[in-house]
Design a protein around this ligand. Structure first.
Ligand SMILES: Nc1nc2c(ncn2[C@@H]2O[C@H](COP(=O)(O)OP(=O)(O)O)[C@@H](O)[C@H]2O)c(=O)[nH]1
Ligand SMILES: [Mg+2]
Length: 371
């Protein structure tokens, strides 16, 4: 005798025209024994004819709209949310990758209008080291915990093949710490001591060679592109002539495409910023000039670099793309960078970790059963 069990939801689905032929039926196997004893049923169960389920079994019903007869206070929800976010503050973690002396520290100073303690680095490091500094910034009562991670000694060795490894290890270590916090193994968040240190954006500084990407850039950007949001920028762009700059940008883009490097694209799915983001995507990679000094131009003091033949102004869009970079990184897309880190790169990390775990478990299982 075959008992066919139809689930309550299956019966409901049968009434729904879209799922009419998708009813779930489970054969509980041939058994004349009608006992309810759990062990007996389990021992004779066969799930032979379980039909594949539709991707989603929930019928889409329109959400009912109610008109509230009086004031409830729903309108204050965004305000409550803002208060809570403001109390905890925002977090942004920026990784600067590039050869020593390309202007990483100077640019970060200019981006966030700060004057961090400045310590020029020598070119004698035997290995790449990552240095993270966290700063509390406050503007109009909005608090931002900014962490700047810089690569010390990147590109300074004769053999640079493994220069990207410490960077990848750092990024993965932050993912691992976040996974531990999420899983409840670590309870720092509960006591307010957790700091999300996942890398939200990576500014990759390219040497202004005028020739295209170096092999160290290709090797590093290939790996970093799968781990975080990489934004390549041309450093010290005041050393490239105006006519040569566009050709240099084209060469870089050709190298990026030929080597299938992934770089962050400013999102174009939000109507309010789609236009500006699409335009800025076409300007990438941004050509940057940075300076800690202020120079007098007319009756204004501007950030710039003074040369015997004139002054280059950082915030003049005719001179460089610094304003575009700041607009895209800080004003328009900081939140998207954080979200993309969580939804794409961190998810990918968790997926890979899960597959690795499954592989190890299967390998251990077979090696044990062969013994
Ligand atoms: N010509 C030029 N020099 C720059 C630029 N940005 C920074 N510098 C200079 O390059 C030197 C190294 O800068 P630093 O920020 O310490 O580089 P880092 O080692 O990459 O952090 C300093 O003397 C800066 O003034 C730039 O855009 N153009
Ligand atoms: Mg530096």
């Amino acid at each position: 005798m075959v008992n066919t069990v139809r689930s309550a939801s299956g019966a409901r689905l049968a009434a729904d025209s879209s799922f009419a032929d998708e009813t779930t039926s489970i054969d509980i196997g041939s058994s004349d024994n009608t006992t309810n004893d759990y062990d007996d049923v389990v021992s004779t169960m066969s799930f032979g004819s379980v039909k594949p389920r539709p991707a989603t079994r929930r019928t889409e019903r329109p959400i009912r709209e109610l008109t509230l007869p009086g004031h409830v206070g729903l309108a204050s929800l965004p305000e409550q949310f803002m208060k809570s976010v403001n109390r905890n503050g925002f977090v942004f973690n920026l990784l600067c990758v590039g050869e020593t002396g390309l202007g990483k520290s100077t640019l970060v100073d200019c981006l966030f209008n700060t004057g961090y303690e400045y310590q020029p680095r020598m070119h004698h490091s035997s290995a790449v080291k990552l240095e993270a500094n966290t700063y509390d910034l406050c503007e109009s009562n909005v608090h931002l915990k900014l962490t700047v991670v810089s690569t010390i000694g990147y590109g300074d060795q004769v053999n640079r093949e493994d220069n990207f490894r410490p960077i990848v290890e750092y990024i993965e270590a932050q993912f691992k710490a976040h996974a531990r916090e999420e899983s409840g193994d670590s309870r720092l968040r509960a006591v307010g001591a957790y700091h999300d240190a996942r890398v939200h954006a990576c500014l990759y500084f390219l040497c202004p060679t005028g020739h295209g990407l170096k092999s160290i850039d290709i090797a590093c950007m290939k790996v970093l592109g799968t781990k975080c949001n990489v934004i390549p920028i041309i450093a010290k762009a005041d050393t490239i002539a105006k006519k040569e700059l566009q050709e240099f940008k084209n060469r870089i883009l050709r190298d990026i495409e030929a080597n299938e490097l992934k770089m962050y694209q400013f999102p174009t799915d939000d109507e309010s910023v789609a236009g500006i983001n699409a335009l800025m995507n076409m300007h990438q990679p941004f050509a940057i000039i940075a300076s800690r000094d202020f120079v007098r131009v007319g009756n204004r003091r501007v950030r710039g670099r003074e040369y015997p033949w004139g002054v280059v102004q950082m915030e003049n869009e005719q001179h460089c793309d610094f304003v575009k970079l700041r607009e895209m990184l800080v004003r328009t897309n900081m939140n998207d960078l954080c979200e993309t880190t969580h939804t794409r790169h961190y998810s990918l990390y968790k997926q890979e970790r899960y597959y690795r775990l499954v592989k190890v478990t299967i390998r251990n299982f077979y090696s044990r059963s062969l013994r």
